[in-house]
Design a protein around this ligand. Structure first.
Ligand code: GLY
Length: 347
């Protein structure tokens, strides 16, 4: 199983973690402009002769142009197959940096240092790497696990609310895949006044849950598809909202996608209505509603039809018959999907 290091002190614990792995011939840090400003001064003394690559933050830059910049940065740093990349940032950066490392000279080792809740509980763990392409999310990518995921939950204390909510949507998704006790605890957690000690425990619980799924199905042949709950509709919403120039953080789209896919679960799999209602109430209270109208439905369906999870022409969903009761590779008619979009907007 992938090594997760939980750190109290970023500097000391990372120094210790680096001492535990075979020594690289060079270390190349990947930052975005924000993590460079906030974390680089702190980390500088760890490897004074190392190189840095700095990219622009934001999902719109998770593309081939930024990827080329990173490959070029690795070349400029004379990185070899025996070098190590350390990715410091949110999910966009760990996905892109992981893919750059997976492909540079056919693959070099990398460490992920996730700095957002979303990256800690999801993106940085489990080996999915990639970039957006042709208007589709994570269209080009590879499975390649970070050598270490270095989780410093202290960073959560200074995380802004939108990013806290974005990561929390993936935690809510995990709880729906897991059991009622976890789901109800996640629904009761106060996001307006977060208890950081409790949140740190929940982060560990969520990472352990994700790791257990990935360990059983690292390449998403079966069980791992369950982690896509909320993402068929969610990715379509994220892409269409970006196109409309009203972009949202990934987790917001996932939260709305979860509501839509639970609605489909009620229609097609007898999922309990009260759980749909309570989950929807939580999502609407914290995430609001997406800025879409029925004029966007065809574009949304079009995005879903191009989703990489599809088998043939059918739109692929993970649906639930109850909390923790998974139905993989399900599909739904266009009419049902439109009804689920109505529910996300108004239900
Ligand atoms: N984000 C879902 C997965 O890693 O499978």
């Amino acid at each position: 199983m992938q090594t997760i290091v939980y750190a109290q002190s970023m500097l000391e614990d990372l120094r210790h973690a680096l001492a535990q792995i075979p020594k690289p011939d060079a270390v190349v840090w990947l930052f975005d402009v924000n993590t460079h400003r906030l974390c680089a001064p702190l980390l500088e003394e760890l490897s004074p002769n190392s190189s840095r690559i700095i990219i622009t933050a934001g999902d719109v830059h998770k593309d081939l142009a930024t990827l080329s910049d990173v490959w070029r940065g690795l070349q400029r740093a004379s990185a070899t197959r025996h070098s190590l990349m350390i990715n410091v940032g949110g999910g966009m950066l760990t996905d892109l940096g992981g893919f750059a490392a997976a492909t540079y000279k056919r693959g070099i080792r990398f460490i992920n240092v996730p700095t957002t809740l979303l990256a800690m509980v999801d993106a940085a763990v489990g080996g999915k790497t990639g970039v957006n392409f042709g208007g589709l999310k994570n269209e080009i990518g590879a499975f390649k696990e970070a050598e270490i995921v270095f989780v410093c939950t202290e960073l959560l204390r200074t995380l802004d609310m939108p990013n806290l909510l974005s990561g929390y949507a993936e935690m809510l998704k995990h709880s729906l895949l897991c059991n009622r006790e976890m789901w109800s605890r996640h629904l009761q957690f106060s996001l307006d006044n977060p208890d950081f000690v409790a949140l740190q425990d929940m982060v560990r619980e969520n990472i352990a849950f994700k790791q257990s799924v990935v360990a059983q199905d690292p390449q998403e042949k079966g069980l791992r598809k369950s982690l896509n709950l909320g993402h068929t509709i969610g990715h379509a919403l994220e892409s269409v909202l970006l196109h409309k120039e009203t972009p949202v953080l990934h987790g917001y789209a996932v939260a709305w996608g979860v509501v839509g896919e639970l609605y489909l679960s009620v229609l097609l799999k007898d999922f309990p209505l009260d759980i749909l209602r309570m989950t929807t109430q939580f999502v609407v209270e914290h995430y609001g509603r997406p800025n879409i109208s029925c004029k966007d439905y065809n574009a949304l369906l079009d995005h879903m039809r191009h989703d990489k999870k599809n088998i043939g022409k059918q739109i692929n969903f993970t649906l639930l018959s109850d909390i923790g009761q998974l139905n993989l590779d399900e599909t739904a008619t266009d009419d049902f999907i439109k009804e689920s979009l109505d529910f996300i907007r108004e239900g």
